[in-house]
Design a protein around this ligand. Structure first.
Ligand code: SAM
Length: 344
């Protein structure tokens, strides 16, 4: 089918759509935080603004305005007697643990950075991952929890990993965040050992709580250190690094890869899951790069560098790994590198 011609009007409509999208993201974020979606669900999917406001002890007029705004961007519907409902599928899509709702919370949290961008672009000032607030860490970790099963599934898909972990092998997760990947490995492989490396005190505390809650403390632990301090030798069958590589200081990346290599047993595997920057003009329009390009954009003042696929491959090879697979599909929306430590 021929593409529609682009006109000034169609471009203006595109711009207006993005502006609406900005509002919609904040309407979703605030609706989730105030409990409007949950309350509407409790009421069988239909309620007046007054009923929502009373149940949640919120201002009725402001609640009415939120409902109207949610309606106009297409999140809610409205009955003839001015009661509000979910627009089709929005009930399901905006459930308490849905990725869509959690992403709106993270985006709203990150949007607070943008007011400092003009000045930061002039001065080079940075605000690192660790400089963000607990609201960001909290929602980020809830999204990570949704991704943990995909990471374990990707590890299982690597020939020797599943057998080694099933036989009581050991896994190290570098930048283990809230610990959901560690706990997932421990739950899926009932005799495996798992060690997390995590420098951020908020995540160390959160992951230790999760380990206690799930009763896996005998086999899972988190070390409150950074990747630069890893000092294991031939202890692990698998090392995972999920959404961490681009967070590492650029000058420390090779050193940390060497430490991961040293930590692996011969035949062990590093699973590096991350974004990849575009390398060609065509990549800018290739959907596989969209999230990578946007991630570099919303982390540009964090001091993070999202490397290209070629750069990551070169660093893995320079640090002694044999790359056996690199895939844009093994973990959806990420690039996954499978790199092996060969027999020494
Ligand atoms: C985007 S989070 C990903 C967390 C977790 N892997 C996940 O998938 O949810 C990046 C993590 O890398 C950690 N990190 C940052 N710098 C690090 C370093 N130098 N060594 C190890 N971890 C680091 C952060 O504290 C954070 O937990």
């Amino acid at each position: 089918m021929a593409e529609k011609p682009i006109s000034k009007e169609s471009q203006a409509r595109t711009l207006r759509g993005w502006m609406l999208g900005l509002h919609a993201t904040h309407i979703i974020d605030i609706g989730g935080r105030l409990g409007y979606f949950a309350e509407l669900r409790r009421r069988g999917g239909v309620a007046s603004a007054e009923e929502l406001a009373t149940a949640l002890q919120l201002d009725p007029w402001r609640t009415e305005v939120w409902c109207r705004a949610a309606c106009t961007v297409g999140i809610l519907g409205c009955t003839e007697d001015k009661r509000f409902t979910f627009a089709p599928f929005m009930d399901e899509l905006l459930g308490d643990e849905s990725p869509e709702l959690l992403t709106a919370h993270v985006l709203a949290s990150l949007a607070r950075d943008f007011s400092a961008y003009p000045q930061a672009f002039r001065t080079g000032a940075t605000k690192t991952f660790q400089d963000h607030d607990e609201d960001f860490f909290f929602h980020q970790s809830r999204i990570s929890a949704l991704r943990a099963p995909e990471i374990v599934a990707a590890a299982r898909a690597v020939r020797q990993v599943e057998a080694r972990l099933a036989a009581g092998g050991a896994v190290m997760d570098v930048g283990s965040g809230s610990g959901t990947v560690l706990v997932r490995f421990a739950e899926e492989f009932p005799t495996c050992q798992a060690v997390g490396i995590e420098p951020l005190p908020y995540f160390v505390a959160q992951s230790r709580r999760l380990i206690d809650e799930r009763g896996v403390g005998e086999r899972v632990r988190v070390e409150a250190i950074s990747g630069e301090q890893i000092a294991f030798h031939r202890q692990f069958d698998l090392v995972t690094m999920v959404q961490v590589f681009h967070e590492l200081p650029d000058q420390a990346k090779r050193g940390i890869l060497r430490r991961c290599h040293r930590s692996l047993k011969p035949g062990g595997v590093l699973l590096l899951v991350d974004r990849c920057s575009p390398e060609t003009a065509a990549d800018l329009r290739d959907r596989r790069f969209t999230m990578s390009i946007l991630e570099q954009w919303f982390e540009v003042t964090w001091g993070n560098i999202v490397n290209t696929r070629s750069e990551i491959l070169a660093m893995l090879r320079e640090t002694g790994f044999l790359v056996t697979q690199d895939s844009a599909t093994l973990v959806p929306t990420y690039w996954t590198f499978v790199a092996e430590k060969q027999e020494e």
